[in-house]
Design a protein around this ligand. Structure first.
Ligand SMILES: [Zn+2]
Length: 343
């Protein structure tokens, strides 16, 4: 059912209709936030186009389907930041910020070949939003003249790609699943108890892949709670100690751990967004449902306008970090603008 995918039924139906109608594209772009299920959909597409049953759904049982699932099919290739980092020193790999032309060229050589044993050579490129200019232009050439047996599946966390690349792809935008849908799936497929399922679903923002991963990673959940406590302590600490937090994060950032630092900001923003929802009288959509009482108490301590401004500031800080401003300045600037509690 649904290609063994939880949610995103419309995307599966759309692809099935294209297959039965003989209208499949040479290139697809799957977008959506991290952990929403893009990689799984890309894998299922590679399977359906090579499945021995040749139906409009991958059987998931035949040799081709199984080999693709285990990453051992000669006609299905994967590339992305992770494959680019393979064979490079870990510290250098962490510093890589974009997908380079060599990564694109390596599989472009491959793409013109006939399939070895499947019907279609499928190239899945993860992190496509990180293609640098040179690599994008190389990619564009392949998209303009796609080899007859090849299918390109670009996977990206956002649509910040060359417009000419996007326009040559069939775009599939995966959207967050409803919160109760995620909770039900956690109960049904991962055996999570209802209360915990509700919490993970709230935290997931509709990203089913993230929720399933979190359900089996108790350490990660613990870390997340500790991080939130650290962030909340910043609200009352003197600048001398909160600036130490900014310094630590900025060291991480410079050391190549950009994603980790951006996740701190994401988590912080989820807290302030919750305060905003409560202050605005819409408490149903909050993320931190396990800390509702704290949130309600805190929300009374700030003016609505100030909460809103800080949510925007957090957004700006994340954007500036991505644009490579001095991370310490960006974070200290945030701390200096933390709203003051009234009462
Ligand atoms: Zn199959």
């Amino acid at each position: 059912m649904n290609w063994g995918i939880i949610g995103h039924e419309w995307a599966v139906e759309y692809l099935q209709r294209s297959i039965t109608g003989g209208r499949t594209a040479h290139a697809y772009l799957i977008t959506g936030p991290a952990g929403i299920g893009k990689a799984l959909l890309a894998l299922r597409m590679a399977q359906v186009f090579n499945c021995e049953q040749q139906g409009d759904a991958p059987c998931l049982q035949c040799r081709a389907c199984r080999r693709i699932a285990s990453g051992n099919h000669p006609d299905v290739r994967l590339a992305g930041m992770e494959t680019q980092a393979a064979g490079v020193k870990a510290s250098d790999a962490a510093r890589q910020k974009d997908l380079k032309i060599d990564t694109v060229r390596a599989w472009q050589r491959d793409i013109a070949l006939k399939p070895y044993e499947g019907r279609c050579r499928v190239f899945i490129l993860h992190d496509a939003e990180r293609l640098n200019e040179e690599a994008s232009n190389a990619m564009l050439k392949t998209l303009e003249e796609p080899p007859p047996f090849a299918m390109l599946i670009l996977v990206a966390n956002n649509t910040n790609l060359l417009a000419t690349i996007v326009s040559r792809c069939q775009v599939i935008r995966l959207r967050p699943l409803p919160r109760d849908h995620v909770a039900q799936a956690l109960i049904a497929h991962a055996g999570v108890e209802p209360e915990r399922a509700a919490l993970l679903a709230a935290w997931s923002n509709g990203r089913i892949g993230w929720a399933l991963h979190a359900a089996t990673s108790p350490d990660e959940i613990l870390t997340r709670q500790e991080q939130l406590d650290t962030l909340l302590a910043l609200h009352t600490q003197p600048h001398s100690s909160s600036f130490r937090w900014a310094e630590d994060r900025s060291k991480e950032y410079r050391g190549g751990e950009q994603t980790l630092v951006l996740e701190w900001l994401d988590l912080w923003q989820s807290w302030w967004r919750d305060l905003l929802l409560i202050a605005a009288g819409c408490p149903d959509g909050i993320t931190h449902i396990d800390r509702r009482e704290d949130l309600e108490r805190e929300a009374r301590r700030y003016k609505l306008q100030e909460i809103y401004r800080f949510v925007v500031r957090l957004d700006e800080a994340a954007r500036r970090l991505r644009e490579n401003v001095n991370p310490q300045l960006a974070l200290e600037n945030l701390l200096l603008h933390l709203p003051r509690r009234t009462g």
